[in-house]
Design a binder for this molecule. Structure first.
Ligand SMILES: [Ca+2]
Length: 172
């Protein structure tokens, strides 16, 4: 029992160390502070209208093509049993928490949500960002295109894979 606990601890440490080392040596690009891939053709949803948007875990910014309207209410849902992947960790749009990654807490782009929580933002205004998860209702803070991302450390998108389909409904 004791041996198995030690062995588990060692394997968690090994994974954490490997993650740090890979991040240091990969030299991969970090996410820009503002989205730079706006859609050329955006549309505004009418009240009651629904749109579906694919969000790739590996993309720092997923342009939705949907213009949010300041003060309008929206419902966001990731239906079914959709999963995406942070390296070998399988999770949902609600994200995950692992004790052996607590050292990195606060380094993720959206500080108030777990790693891999689905996040939305209106245009380039980072103060408009909000946690979507698998289900939320939100009043848009500003006019602009909705951008989405899996909450991760900015330099750690290279080991992400999978995607989720987000359904957006304008409520009023
Ligand atoms: Ca990652």
């Amino acid at each position: 029992m004791r041996l198995s606990l030690v062995s588990t601890w060692h394997s968690h440490c090994a994974v954490a160390l490997a993650t740090i080392l890979l991040a240091l040596v990969s030299g991969c690009s970090t996410c820009d502070s503002a989205p730079n891939n706006s859609s050329t053709a955006c549309r505004t949803l009418a009240t009651g209208e629904v749109a579906k948007v694919t969000v790739q875990a590996r993309e720092c910014w997923n342009a939705s093509g949907i213009m949010l309207v300041d003060g309008a209410d929206y419902e966001f849902k990731v239906g079914g049993d959709q999963q995406w992947f942070d390296a070998q960790i399988t999770t949902t749009a609600d994200g995950y928490d692992r004790w052996w990654l607590h050292w990195a807490r606060g380094m993720q782009r959206f500080a108030d949500a777990d790693l891999f929580t689905l996040i939305g933002q209106v245009g380039s205004d980072s103060s408009s960002a909000f946690a979507i998860g698998t289900n939320c209702r939100q009043r848009a803070k500003g006019n602009g295109e909705l951008f989405c991302y899996a909450n991760d450390v900015a330099s750690m998108y290279w080991n992400n894979s999978g995607c989720v389909v987000l359904t957006i409904r304008r409520l009023r």
